[in-house]
Design a protein around this ligand. Structure first.
Ligand SMILES: NC(=O)C1=CN([C@@H]2O[C@H](COP(=O)(O)OP(=O)(O)OC[C@H]3O[C@@H](n4cnc5c(N)ncnc54)[C@H](OP(=O)(O)O)[C@@H]3O)[C@@H](O)[C@H]2O)[C@@H](O)CC1
Ligand SMILES: [K+]
Length: 506
């Protein structure tokens, strides 16, 4: 599947696997360089182009790209950092395809360029660029013309997905075979600009050699696990969700989550309200039921009385002993727990107490600050990317962890982590996280497993935001969900029908 993400080391394994199966490195490089030239020609008319080649195979791709552009009539110059006699293997072969001696790379080389192809470093970057390399990168980005990165913008670490030194942000990045973490995780993903994935002919048996490290989120991963409403279902059969409210002055978050749970299809949603919030929640809710909740230590009894299938705890509940006690009590009930915000921060001083009561189907939804409070040692490690950090946290917590961000990562023991980029910056608004927790709770209440519920909710949440655009407020998100779910069902039906048709014809 093209939504697989591979670590750079494993991409190298795929290249070697190709060689062992009769596909040479030269052939891979020929296709890689040609794909970059093709992507450029599809986007720009011929213009003065400078290709900056580095000392490794990324530079080799640059030579091939330059030759292909020249062949198509483009005015192209090639600059090389280092001597041509130092090029090895496939890169040395590719330099021969260019037929000319490349110019010695210098910052002034870009002075007349209208387009720059960055083939300095790719997957082989092994330290922050300094000296000559940094000066070339700075000059590339200072020119102010489009930069097309081959595989990765030079200076970006493909696995850690960040740049620790100089980097030139690209308008287009053409990568090969499969995306690497940097194409999907911030801050690197934004430095890549548009990402084009090119097939370079690696045999399908690469899957015998390596495992992806993650996947991009999409309905194909979880659509079949979504509940389909059946005629004759009554509200209790469609899942019961309980959402816990804060006190009188903090009720909005829980109401947002509860409404989202209903929109996600839960048959019955109850707002468990402390006495001070009871009237406010009753007045502020219609289809959502309201139930008096007084004793944190008896939260399990309330959940059992409600016969809750899932429970959302945390949004504006307050940080402290009461919330801690409620979570620990809730974990004794049968309901799947979705823990957000204050339900996470309340365990900052003793996260292991929380992890001890969680079950595999439960879901934690921390933003980076909350993540740091629960997993300080993991968050402090600069040798891990967000995929690895979330996966390690999920193993430790023993449940699903959804680490929020523009590149939300969802990880759970036994599952390949998923990155959700189907979202919009407009989601950075008050209450949007409460809606997400409610959507997960609503799906979990209907029997969707915690990991699938988190993946589906993250995608649907983002889909609603993309549809609404700038100016959205949290209230809008859940209300547009039925329309988005309808569109998704129709799209998936069409795809299935098309799949049947193709299978039938072939
Ligand atoms: N058949 C294949 O394998 C295929 C590979 N493909 C392409 O190959 C790319 C990977 O190639 P790669 O492994 O040669 O690494 P690459 O990114 O060129 O850099 C390594 C060179 O850079 C140097 N260097 C590193 N960091 C540095 C720094 N900070 N500052 C200065 N120097 C630094 C490092 O030098 P050294 O560490 O030895 O000093 C070494 O010389 C991949 O991204 C894709 O584009 C495609 O064609 C598909 C087929
Ligand atoms: K590059």
């Amino acid at each position: 599947m093209h939504d697989d993400i591979l670590n750079t080391k494993d991409c190298g394994v795929c290249d070697r696997h190709a060689a062992e199966n009769g596909v040479s490195g030269e052939s891979l490089m020929a296709r890689a360089g040609a794909a970059v030239a093709q992507a450029i020609r599809e986007r720009w008319a011929p213009r003065e182009t400078v290709v900056l080649c580095g000392p490794g195979n990324n530079g080799g791709d640059g030579f091939i790209c330059a030759a292909a552009l020249r062949e198509a009539g483009w005015p192209v110059r090639v600059c090389l950092m280092g001597g041509q006699d130092q090029l090895k293997g496939d890169a040395a072969w590719a330099a021969g395809v260019w037929h000319e001696t490349p110019e010695r790379a210098a910052p002034a080389a870009f002075d007349t360029a209208d387009l720059i192809v960055d083939a300095l470093f790719g997957a082989g970057l092994n330290r922050p660029p300094e000296g000559e390399a940094a000066a070339l990168i700075t000059a590339m980005s200072g020119r102010g013309v489009p930069v097309v990165a081959i595989d990765l913008p030079s200076g970006v670490s493909g696995d850690l997905a960040r740049a620790d030194g100089a980097v030139a942000a690209a308008g287009l990045t053409v990568t090969f075979h499969r995306r690497k973490p940097a194409h999907s995780l911030e801050p690197a993903a934004s430095l890549c600009g548009e990402v084009v994935l090119a097939d370079i002919g690696i045999p399908a048996s690469w899957r015998d050699a390596v495992q992806p490290c993650a996947r991009e989120n999409g309905p194909q991963l979880w659509f079949s696990s979504l509940p389909a409403a059946r005629a004759g279902d009554h509200k209790h059969a469609r899942g019961r969700l309980a959402v816990f409210s804060g006190g009188a002055s903090s009720t909005g978050a829980a109401r947002l989550a509860a409404r989202a749970g209903l929109r996600a299809g839960a048959g019955l949603v109850t707002l468990a309200s402390p006495p001070s919030a009871l009237m406010i929640n009753a007045v502020g809710s219609t289809a959502v039921m309201v139930r008096r909740w007084t004793d944190p230590a008896a939260t399990d009894t309330l959940l059992e009385n409600l016969r809750a299938d899932a429970a959302v705890l945390g949004p504006a509940m307050g940080v402290g002993e009461g919330t801690r006690e409620s979570v620990i009590s809730a974990a004794r009930a049968a309901a799947v727990l979705v823990l957000d915000a204050d339900a996470l921060t309340s365990f900052e001083d003793a996260p292991e107490v929380l992890f001890a009561v969680l079950r595999p189907g439960d879901v934690l939804t921390p933003h980076p600050g909350e993540f740091r409070r629960l997993f300080p040692d993991i968050a402090a490690r600069d040798d891990l990317n967000r995929i690895q950090a979330a996966a390690m946290a999920a193993e430790r917590a023993g449940c699903c962890v959804l680490l929020k961000g523009p590149d939300t990562v969802i990880a759970a023991p036994g599952h390949l982590p998923v990155i959700n980029r189907h979202a919009s910056p407009a989601l950075a608004t008050a209450g949007s996280g409460d809606v997400l927790a409610g959507l997960i709770g609503g799906l979990a209440a209907q029997g969707v497993g915690g990991f699938d519920a988190a993946c589906a909710a993250a995608w649907l949440h983002g889909d609603c935001a993309l549809r609404l655009g700038t100016g959205l407020i949290a209230e809008d998100l859940a209300d547009i969900l039925p329309e988005r779910l309808g569109t998704l069902h129709r799209t998936m039906q069409r795809q299935r029908a098309l799949g049947h048709l193709i299978a039938h014809k072939s």
